[in-house]
Each structure stands twice: as structure tokens, then as C-alpha cells.
Design a protein around this ligand. Structure first.
Ligand code: GLN
Length: 244
């Protein structure tokens, strides 16, 4: 009788331990870095971080069975945070540039974009990148727009810490143009009637998820999940939701 009870206790302990272990396995958490100033990819709506990228990474997390927590930070802090393991991946409309690829891995591309110029409505002299010569041009620190404008000679580049600050600078006429990725540029000009969007023929850029070089399994899982979402219609449904 006594032995039987001990056996029961041991068995129940074993069950509890296995349950706790499998629970831990299931609730593996990944910290996702973003910069919620990039509508429609990531932005705030009544305080919550929403957007195409946020939903996409949520769907990926479901498929690879991990929990995620979104960490909002300055764009130029994202790559350092990934490398110092404060976050585990980045989804932030981030272009997979050759320079960035030296330090991190990128998933397959999930969106193609390019740069655009935003100007005040009464600005008639800026219709292409060439017209930026001799002008004060706002960019956001570390964005691909910063890299592109910095390569044009004789442009006075004004680097802002956030997109919203660059747009404010433009409205206050501290700069004559802002160079930004096409979709957020389109959004800012639609939301501010005093601004207009100038399309450019800049090189196309591929947005992808950034992961630490050593996390090869995670890279593989993310790529497989992306392929599944592209096949099963989820990806297209998100495109329809956010890009009308
Ligand atoms: N695509 C641009 C880059 O990678 C801007 C991204 C962003 O602002 N979130 O630099």
C-alpha cells in the first residue's frame, strides 16, 4: 500500500516535470525589433503597434510555434540591438543591403519598394533626384534614403532621428525635400495636404527580416513560414489589407 503511494507520487512528479518542460518548449519567446513610424508597415494606432510587418511576423510566429514580443526602438538602434541579443529578429521595412548583409542574415524578401521624394506643394523645382543638388534635403539617420542622398554631391543633408521629425522639418521649410521609402512617403503626403509626392526611378529595394548570422535554424524556419504564407493566401490577404 505504502509502496503504491510512493509510486503514485513519483509518477505524478514525473508527469508534472514533463508537462512543465513541454510547456517551456511551447512558450519559447522571440523578441522582435521594429520602429513603429513606417506606415503601413509598422505604426501606432491608439497606442498599439500595428501594420503589415507586425501581422506578417505574427503569422510567421504561429507557424513556427513561438511567442513574440514587439520592441519599438529607433531605426538605427535595431541592428546593434540584434547583435547584442536584446532582440532576436528585426522586421521594420528594412532593406536587405549588401552592407547590412556583412553583419546579419536576411530572410527571403517579402516586399519590394524604392525611394520617393516628398516636397511642399509650392515647390516646383524638384522632380527627380538630380534636382536635389544645391538643396537642403531631409533624411532619416541610417535609412537607405540617407545612404542614397549622401552619395549625391553638393546636397546639404539634414539627418533626422525619426521620419515624423523629417516631415516636420519639411513643413517648417527647414529642408526643401525629404527622401523616404515610397509607401510611407505616399502616406505622409496623403495625410498632409500641403505636401506632395514625387516618384523616382531609384533602384528597387527588397525588404526582409534580419536575423543573427548564427541563428541558421531560425532563418530556415522563417523562410519556410514565408513560403507557406505566400502559398496559402495569407500574404496576399495582408497585401490587400494594407496596400490599397
Ligand atoms: N527601407 C529603409 C531602410 O532599410 C527604411 C526602413 C524604415 O524606415 N523602417 O533603411
Amino acid at each position: 500500500m505504502f509502496k503504491n503511494n510512493i509510486l503514485k507520487v513519483i509518477v505524478s512528479f514525473a508527469i508534472v516535470i514533463v508537462a512543465v518542460m513541454s510547456c517551456k518548449e511551447e512558450s519559447k519567446k522571440l523578441y522582435v525589433g521594429t520602429n513603429a513610424e513606417f506606415e503601413p508597415f509598422e505604426y501606432r494606432e491608439s497606442g498599439n503597434i500595428v501594420g503589415f510587418d507586425i501581422e506578417l511576423v505574427g503569422e510567421i510566429a504561429k507557424l513556427i510555434n513561438v511567442e513574440i514580443e514587439i520592441e519599438d526602438m529607433a531605426f538605427d538602434g535595431l541592428l546593434p540591438a540584434l547583435q547584442t541579443k536584446k532582440i532576436d529578429l528585426i522586421i521594420a521595412g528594412m532593406t536587405a543591403t549588401e552592407e547590412r548583409k556583412k553583419n546579419v542574415n536576411f530572410s527571403e524578401s517579402y516586399y519590394k519598394s524604392q525611394q520617393a521624394i516628398v516636397v511642399n506643394n509650392d515647390e516646383n523645382g524638384i522632380n527627380a533626384f538630380d534636382n536635389l543638388v544645391g538643396k537642403d534635403v531631409g533624411v532619416v539617420l541610417g535609412y537607405t534614403g540617407d545612404l542614397i542622398v549622401s552619395e549625391i554631391s553638393n546636397v546639404r543633408v539634414q539627418r533626422y532621428n525619426a521620419t515624423s521629425e523629417a516631415i516636420m522639418g519639411l513643413k517648417a521649410k527647414k529642408v526643401q525635400a525629404v527622401v523616404l521609402d515610397y509607401e510611407p512617403a505616399k502616406n505622409y503626403s496623403a495625410q498632409n495636404p500641403e505636401l506632395k509626392l514625387i516618384e523616382t526611378d531609384s533602384e528597387s529595394e527588397e525588404y526582409a527580416i534580419a536575423i543573427r548570422k548564427e541563428d541558421t535554424q531560425l532563418l530556415d524556419d522563417i523562410n519556410k513560414a514565408l513560403a507557406t504564407l505566400k502559398e496559402n493566401g495569407t500574404y496576399d490577404a495582408l497585401l490587400n489589407k494594407y496596400f490599397k
